[in-house]
Design a binder for this molecule. Structure first.
Ligand SMILES: Cc1cc2nc3c(=O)[nH]c(=O)nc-3n(C[C@H](O)[C@H](O)[C@H](O)COP(=O)(O)OP(=O)(O)OC[C@H]3O[C@@H](n4cnc5c(N)ncnc54)[C@H](O)[C@@H]3O)c2cc1C
Length: 363
């Protein structure tokens, strides 16, 4: 019996994979409705299609362009992205798990471990504490992971504050924007269309999130009001994090499986689910296997992020100039950020002046 805590994309997709292999899986979810509240922009590359065919109702729109904005520069780059209704996406993956035979308990909150073979959960509707006997426990319970804390796997990982809101804004529904520079220290700002007159606007930062958010909102929309908040924490990938101890495993945000360049955690958590499923079925060492399968990619994202964090407004202006070349555009269209190693290698081959920035990766 395998107990997975958290019915986000990481937990539900892992439940689906394990149930498909004939394992008995119980998925515990704190909230009444899977996927709510939404705390995400819901943007993914077409790499998501390596995992499943998304249902139409999950997709808000397909985008074919990103507008990249720095202090004194603005370029448009063609690429393919999908914007999803994040709540419907989570429900879609949970339905796959259920159809494969996983048992899903919503309104059940993980409270703690009770020895090695039992977890304590609270049935919130019945207001009752239950013990669930289990052989394996997986913490797929997001950035605040109670499973990681209970198992002593709660390392000192860093988190961005992802401050995002749905706002009134008319923008081209075929493209999204990313904003870089001193107004967005250590991360960036984004504006993603949801419909012709609403957008998901946000910033990521380590502190003063409100100040940066409202400045961006005012500059971009000329307004001060938001329709609703969709904020949350975004873990920074921690390559030293222990993600397996005995029969307890961590995955997704609970394990910091997030691309540090963009804060995107959906596709890394789906990749990690395949690794973890294989480790559970074939009794492999997950700490080692994860490093082999995804560690190098996430580390490269982290190094790029650390480099970008040192950039001045001028560096960003210069970077955008280099990106605004046909040969670079072709590479950006061919390789997405979910395959960062060929992406960076090809960028360097096609435009050696990127070496100026690549050198900063090593300092
Ligand atoms: C503002 C913002 C924008 C983002 N935009 C993007 C984006 O555009 N693209 C992208 O790829 N990623 C994005 N991310 C990151 C992405 O949302 C996460 O990486 C992703 O949700 C991780 O999935 P998960 O399943 O690990 O965790 P979660 O989606 O957080 O799921 C964890 C689940 O565990 C449940 N849970 C928590 N504690 C307990 C408990 N004690 N008992 C039972 N259940 C519990 C929660 O209710 C939740 O359902 C964004 C994040 C933020 C904050």
């Amino acid at each position: 019996m395998i107990t997975i805590v958290g019915a986000g994309p990481a937990g539900s997709y892992l439940a689906y994979l394990l149930a498909n292999k004939g394992r008995e899986v119980t998925l515990i979810e704190d909230h009444d409705t899977i996927g709510k509240p939404v705390q995400c922009t819901g943007i993914v590359t077409h790499s998501i299609e390596k995992f499943f065919r998304l249902k139409k109702k999950v997709i808000v729109q397909k985008l074919n362009k990103v507008i990249v904005v720095s202090k004194n520069n603005k370029i448009s780059v063609n690429l393919g992205e999908i914007v999803m209704w994040r709540d419907r996406f989570d429900q879609f993956v949970a339905d796959m798990a259920k159809d494969a035979g996983a048992k899903i308990l919503t309104n059940h909150q993980f409270m703690g471990l009770d020895g090695k073979q039992s977890v304590k959960v609270k049935d919130k509707k019945a207001d009752k504490i239950k013990d669930i006997k289990t052989d394996i426990i997986v913490g797929a319970d997001g950035p605040y992971s109670a499973v990681a804390k209970a198992a002593g796997l709660d390392s000192n990982s860093k988190h961005y504050i992802g401050m995002q809101a749905k706002v009134k804004l008319k923008m081209d529904t075929g493209s999204f924007e990313t904003h870089f520079g001193n107004d967005f220290p250590n991360f960036f700002g984004w504006c993603v269309p949801e419909s012709e007159d609403t957008a998901r606007l946000g910033v990521g930062c380590f502190q003063n999130a409100q100040e940066y958010f409202y400045r961006f909102l005012k500059n971009r929309t000329g307004k001060k009001d938001v329709l609703c908040w969709e904020s949350g924490l975004i873990p920074v990938y921690n390559p030293k994090k222990i993600i397996q101890k005995d029969n307890v495993y961590l995955i997704g945000d609970a394990a910091t499986h997030v691309k540090a360049t963009t804060g995107g955690g959906i596709i890394p958590s789906l990749k990690a689910a395949h690794t973890l499923c294989d480790c559970i079925i074939n009794k492999k060492n997950y700490n080692k296997e994860f490093k082999k399968q995804s560690g190098r990619e996430l580390l490269l994202h982290l190094r790029i992020r650390n480099t970008l964090s040192k950039f001045s407004d001028k560096d960003y202006d210069r970077l955008l100039n280099l990106m605004d070349k046909e040969k670079v555009r072709k590479v950006l269209k061919k390789y997405d950020r979910d395959t960062p190693i060929p992406l960076v290698t090809n960028l360097l081959l096609k435009e050696p002046r990127f070496l100026y920035f690549a050198k900063m990766l090593l300092t």
